[in-house]
Design a protein around this ligand. Structure first.
Ligand code: KG4
Ligand code: ZN
Length: 346
């Protein structure tokens, strides 16, 4: 009789604390969510109109052990049933990152588990692996509060930056425009909703940069919105915030869709995926879905709760790194400006 080799399942604990969500999750074989716990601090940051780093750190300290315990409890698992611990290493707020990292180190040390530091954006991209397998070459549109990038992947763990924002991230522009309109933080979801309810749109510029550039720029658009508002106020006229929201969103969606499509065709990708908080945007999702359907290129975007910050995405990326043999040690530190570097160097 031939030898029977049983493949052991891989259970990875992910921890995320780079910004204003404290999160822990257990993922099986890099693709199946066993538990996914997110403690949001949005309510505490709302009255300041943005994330206050000191407040974020204090919340992470209070929440981190609780979310890890809850992730284990929801999974009905003990620490000794895990194969590794993954944690966001960067980019993010340094104080916030360090709390997740120290919790992960302590957990890994206490339970003799391997530790892996994960790039936050690799996490956002790998949120897609929790839904369907990646096919290469693949184009990832990473669009969040801190990032707007087009990343080409020729294999797992291989990241090639082909375009990025030269100033504000799209989510940052959303949140700043929301502030101008007196909309509570985070403004993205509100502007999205208002754009859908609007019966008109202000005509704001489209910023294309040089021909064939895959880079983005949103600060000019943001300034155009601010100027529009100031001019109206000076003339004693009322602005229609719905028309502003729709005009702003139309500009973002048109440029992002066109550049993503251009890159997808240029690099002949088999799949386009979206990742990051702004990929939760209904206008953008619809535009990308319709565009790529017409082109016959498969386009995927994870469900809303996997678009915004969570730990399942960190565990998903970390599982792939684990399988590729990547390990960190107990000197792991937070890297606020960390670059997205490939772990697959073939
Ligand atoms: O990925 P994420 O949770 O955190 C970062 O890593 O940045 O993204 C947060 C950003 C915020 O700027 C928020 O306003 C934006 O994502 N966002 C949206 C929507 N939902 C969240 N922006 C536009 N439309 C939305 N529906
Ligand atoms: Zn994020």
């Amino acid at each position: 009789m031939g030898e029977f080799i049983m493949e052991k399942d891989l259970y990875i604990l992910g921890i995320e604390s780079s910004c204003d969500e404290t999160a822990a999750s257990i993922v099986k074989n890099g693709t199946e969510i066993i538990s996914n716990v997110v403690a949001s601090q949005i309510e505490s940051h709302k009255r300041f109109g943005g994330v206050v780093p000191e407040i974020a750190s204090r919340h992470h300290v209070e929440q981190v052990t609780i979310v890890i315990e809850e992730a284990l409890q929801q999974a009905g698992m003990q620490p000794n049933e895990l194969d590794g611990v993954c944690v966001t290493e960067g980019p993010g707020l340094v104080g916030a990152l360090l709390i997740g990292i120290n919790a992960a180190k302590a957990f890994a040390f206490a339970n003799s588990l391997p530790l892996i530091g994960v790039h936050h954006i690799a996490g956002h991209i790998y949120a897609n692996e929790l839904m369907q397998p990646m096919e290469f070459p693949l184009l990832a549109l990473v669009i969040s509060g801190g990032h707007t990038e087009l990343v080409l992947m020729k294999d797992h763990g291989s990241f090639e930056l082909i375009g990025e924002t030269r100033d504000d991230a799209a989510g940052e522009a959303y949140d700043k425009v929301a502030r101008v309109l007196n909309i509570p933080y985070p403004g993205g979801p509100h502007i999205d909703r208002m754009a859908h309810e609007s019966d008109g749109a202000v005509d704001f510029p489209r910023v294309w940069l040089e021909k064939d550039s895959y880079d983005f720029s949103f600060s000019g658009l943001k300034s155009a919105v601010i100027n529009y508002q100031h001019n109206k106020v000076q003339r004693g006229e009322e602005i229609n915030p719905y028309h502003v929201a729709k005009g702003f969103q139309d500009s973002v969606v048109e440029v992002v869709t066109a550049k993503t499509l251009h890159a997808a065709k240029e690099f002949g990708v088999k799949q386009v995926i979206a990742a990051g908080g702004v990929s939760a945007n209904k206008g953008l999702r619809t535009s990308l879905e319709e565009t790529f359907k017409k082109e016959g290129i498969p386009f995927y975007v994870p469900p809303l709760k996997l678009c915004t910050d969570n730990a399942a995405m960190i565990a998903a990326a970390g599982s792939k790194m684990f399988q590729a043999g990547v390990r960190s040690d107990l000197t792991l530190n937070g890297h606020p400006g960390m670059e997205l570097i490939s772990w697959n160097h073939e």
